[in-house]
Design a protein around this ligand. Sequence first.
Ligand code: SF4
Length: 163
Amino acid sequence: MNRIISRGMAVFSRKLGVNGVCDVVEFHASPKGVELAGREGKWLPVPVEYKRGRPKENDADSLQLCCQAMCLEEMLLCDRIPKAYLYYGETARRTAVVLDETLREKVKALLVEMHELYTREYTPRVKPGKSCNACSLKDLCLPRLYRTDSAAEYVRKRLEESL
Ligand code: SF4
C-alpha cells in the first residue's frame, strides 16, 4: 500500500494561531515524508478538502487548503507539502492546488488581519453570494441577516415564516 487515508484529522498551528479539521489527509509514501507510528517507511501528508458545490471565482478554498497544509507541516515537522487537492461535489472532480510562496504569504497575511480584527473585537460585514448556499458555515454566519434592512425587519419576516 502506498497511501494511507485519515479522515476528520484535527490540525493546528501555533505560528499561525489557528486550528481546524481536515476533511481528509492522505499520507503518500515518499522519502520526503515523516515516520508514522506502526508503519514502515516515510509518508508525506497531502490534505484533500471536499466541497459540496463547484469551484469558486475567488481563491478562498485554495487558501483554506494551503492553511491546512501549513498546519500539517508544523505539527509533523515535515518538508514543505508541494501540492494538495480540492474535490467539488457538483463537478465530481479533484483539482490539484500548488502550494506556492504567493499562496502561503496570502494565508499568513489574512491570518494576521483576522487576529487584528479579533483583538479589536470587530466583526466585518460578510458578503453574501451564491456560494453561501453550499457553505457549511451558513448556520453560524447567517448571511441572510445582511440582506435585510434592519434587525426589526428580519425578526418580522422570521415570525411570519413561523406562522
Ligand atoms: S455563509 Fe458566510 S462564511 Fe459562508 S460563504 Fe456565505 S458569507 Fe461566507
